[in-house]
Design a protein around this ligand. Structure first.
Ligand code: PEP
Ligand code: MN
Length: 276
């Protein structure tokens, strides 16, 4: 299958140019970027403690959802504005830029007052009015691949954002649905080198939503480094057992620190040996 590059006027590879998305001091696409934090903001204590822990463990940015797109309407939906205020407080204390999901086009402008990076989740990848709205904002966008979407569809969604004038798009492979049930999704590791030959945008991996279980997350993060990804976004919680969402895939602060140290060592080894 040939991907229709002519539709990818802005997202398509243009010579050797690579986009670096700068968020505060963090340069996504230049260094290996590690984004970590809980699935959702649950309380001020939970978020602040987790933020301090991931900062100490070597994270570059803090993640945390204030709006959670859940399978059941009865599951924890997030704290909304209260959650965003807690995230802003964590940024103030730790200096870590904030990555948080926006699920409704009507929320984009006011969520942008708190977020450094707007996440468009897998379930909303093809929400075209949301894509247009984040394309008009002055915040970087983390666009996650839909669980049933091809790379061509993902790139066309990035094109929607770029076409509105926002150049700062980070792509994220977070696992796709296959017949396999042992893992929550199947990490398409080939998406990394494939996207690298199709687009100049940075590409990161989400091993948490791909695997759905802690035991597999470090290996998948190392695979992301090996495949040439520009970073990872990973779930961590001060106490995973008490997490209100995605507790089986949240690293403890110790597990996060250990994995980060090893991933950075691997990245450094590859860079110094010109393994790409
Ligand atoms: C998340 O990052 O918490 C999330 C809901 O991810 P995804 O959209 O990839 O399922
Ligand atoms: Mn989650």
């Amino acid at each position: 299958m040939v991907i229709e590059m002519k539709n990818l006027k802005l997202a398509g590879l243009q010579g050797s140019k690579r986009t670096v998305v700068q968020v505060g001091q963090v340069k996504v696409g230049e260094d290996f970027t590690i984004i970590a934090g809980p699935c959702g903001v649950e309380s001020e204590d939970q978020l602040m403690e987790t933020a301090r822990a991931v900062k100490a463990g070597g994270a570059d940015m803090l993640r945390g959802g204030a709006f959670k797109p859940r399978t059941s309407p009865y599951a924890f939906q997030g704290l909304g504005l209260k959650g965003l205020k807690i995230l802003a407080k964590a940024r103030e204390e730790t200096g870590l830029p904030i990555v948080t999901e926006v699920i409704d086009p009507r929320d984009v402008s006011w969520v942008s007052e708190y977020a450094d990076v707007l996440q468009v989740g897998a379930r909303n990848m093809q929400n075209f009015s949301l894509l247009k709205e984040v394309g008009k904002s002055n915040r970087a966008v983390l666009l996650k691949r839909g669980m049933l979407s091809t790379l061509e569809e993902l790139l066309n969604c990035a094109e929607y954002i770029l076409n509105e004038g926002n150049p700062d798009v980070i792509l994220c492979e977070r696992g796709i649905r296959t017949f396999e049930t042992y893992t929550r999704n199947t990490l398409d590791i080939s998406a990394v080198p494939a996207l690298k030959e199709l687009t100049h945008l940075p590409v990161i991996i989400d091993p948490s939503h791909a695997a759905g279980k802690v035991s597999l997350i470090p290996s998948m993060s190392f695979a992301a480094v090996g495949a040439g990804a520009d970073g990872i976004i990973v779930e961590a919680h001060r106490n995973p057992a008490e997490a209100l969402s995605d507790k089986d895939q949240a690293l403890t602060p110790e597990q996060f620190a250990d994995m980060t140290k090893k991933a950075r060592a691997l990245y450094k080894f590859m860079a110094s040996n010109h393994i790409k």
